[in-house]
Design a protein around this ligand. Sequence first.
Ligand SMILES: Nc1ncnc2c1ncn2[C@@H]1O[C@H](COP(=O)(O)OP(=O)(O)OP(=O)(O)O)[C@@H](O)[C@H]1O
Length: 317
Amino acid sequence: MSIIVARDLVREFRVRDGLRRRKVTAVDRMRFTVEPGESVGYIGANGAGKSTTIKMLVGILVATSGEVRTCGLDPVRERRALARRIGVVFGQRSQLWWDLPVRESFEILAAIHGLGRADARRRRDELVGMLEMAEFLSTPVRQLSLGQRMRAEVAAALLHRPELLILDEPTIGLDVLSKQRLREFLHAERRERGTTLLLTTHDMGDVERLCERVLVVDHGVLAFDGTLRGLSRTVGTERVLVVDLAEPVPDLSVEGTRHLRSEGGGLRQHLAFDAGRTTAARVLAGVSAYAEVRDLSIEEPDAEDVVRRIYLARRQD
Ligand SMILES: Nc1ncnc2c1ncn2[C@@H]1O[C@H](COP(=O)(O)OP(=O)(O)OP(=O)(O)O)[C@@H](O)[C@H]1O
């Protein structure tokens, strides 16, 4: 049985537009299913309808029309039963008690979920170990750094071992190391417990490292549903190698890359390449044939950019 079923899901809002009231269709006849154990990235531009979809899946928002089933349940009517089966993390909103130490938030949540004391402690210790949370377990939530708080949020959502974990922008605002840690943890959780993952993100790095499947939403409409590889094939998921050179050179022309721009008269150059076709190392070797490389960085593709290209590809069809 599918763990998520969305059939012709619609959500409209009435918004004030000057003196008039206007209808906004945030989610428009959305149709997809997610099978147990899948790991799905849900991407789209700002205001595309991601959060609205997620809110309907977890029962916070009622659909205007269409059907939604999460873990076989009606999310609005059976919200309490559903809460026992899923974990939800909204990057912007906390499920922890701000003035209490992290440990106490966990105790309260364990009690809410009806976990036995020994079992709750075992699961908490397991999560504390995996997410390296021991050093701030006694700290009030409001004093945590963003990276620490996100780890605590994810642990809180997983205490009761839900079969489905839904994350809305889990890595937003995190530094590179915290992002990497969180991604590694989520990967391990999935591998060890088979937890189904659905996450919205602006970061293609999240999708590349965590998700086998991608859903792209564009103005409330599902614009793509397939594998990451399929998405690359459709619109390309280019990375950009930025090199700082020892001396200025004309715009570089390196095999397998697209020159995007030069700065400082050619001292810094931006080269786009498709990670499916070549590697950063090969591109770097190509650059080194022309000039000495002083410094380099690799920029991940931006989800907004991927969505923009899908939008353009659809208009050309
Ligand atoms: N409570 C609301 N009242 C009125 N309009 C809303 C409401 N919630 C969302 N919308 C509108 O619905 C559309 C979709 O919003 P939603 O928050 O689902 O997008 P999103 O893809 O999650 O965006 P972001 O990436 O910025 O979080 C937007 O046009 C938004 O303004």
